[in-house]
Ligand binder design. Structure first.
Ligand SMILES: Nc1ncnc2c1ncn2[C@@H]1O[C@H](COP(=O)(O)OP(=O)(O)OP(=O)(O)O)[C@@H](O)[C@H]1O
Ligand SMILES: [Mg+2]
Length: 158
């Protein structure tokens, strides 16, 4: 399977970002545990909007606080745990370990600012890059594991 295939989606407004997050969560819903999803993009590109939509689609009803200061925000969905993670303040693999990264691997990890730890991509299932496009945004989605690539292929994004 070609894992390097990148799918591109236009996100003209916030609703489109929310829809993409919901679609991803829907596609993942059979077995989100153990998945590692990277959300990359400049300040304000829509990473948190997408993470929030995924968590709400899985059934979280409350607010989705930014993990900027706590670094990890856990969510208990009963059948699996999810972790919303922000690596903006992390600058080395040692710091990542100190944060308890190894204890999170059995849950679904949704990671903002993964570019802080370049090696993380080797572990990941999906790399989603959000960029500015006029007033809106666009997303490039790439499967970085076999199951990640298969998930994207099954989603019919284009
Ligand atoms: N497709 C879109 N088109 C236009 N605006 C959008 C789109 N998606 C999200 N936004 C808006 O962009 C703003 C920033 O979004 P968000 O907080 O999700 O970005 P972020 O990447 O998490 O930023 P940060 O790096 O600062 O945490 C929000 O006001 C959000 O509503
Ligand atoms: Mg954010």
């Amino acid at each position: 399977m070609d894992q390097s295939l990148t799918q591109r989606v236009m996100l003209p407004d916030e609703t489109a970002t929310i829809q993409l997050g919901a679609d991803l969560a829907g596609a993942l819903s059979a077995s989100p545990a153990g998945w590692l999803i990277l959300l990359q993009g400049d300040l304000g590109a829509g990473k948190s909007t997408m993470a929030r939509s995924m968590l709400q689609t899985f059934g979280h009803a409350g607010t989705v606080p930014s993990p900027t200061y706590t670094l990890v925000e856990p969510y208990d969905f009963r059948s699996f745990l999810a972790y919303h993670i922000d690596l903006y303040r992390i600058s080395s693999a040692d710091e990542l370990e100190f944060l308890g990264w190894d204890d999170l691997v059995e849950g679904l990890r949704i990671v903002e600012w993964p570019e802080r730890i370049p090696d993380i991509e080797a572990e990941a299932d999906l790399l989603i890059t959000l960029s500015y496009d006029g007033e809106g945004r666009r997303a490039a989605l790439r499967g970085t594991s076999e199951r990640g690539a298969a998930l994207l292929e099954g989603m019919n994004l284009n």
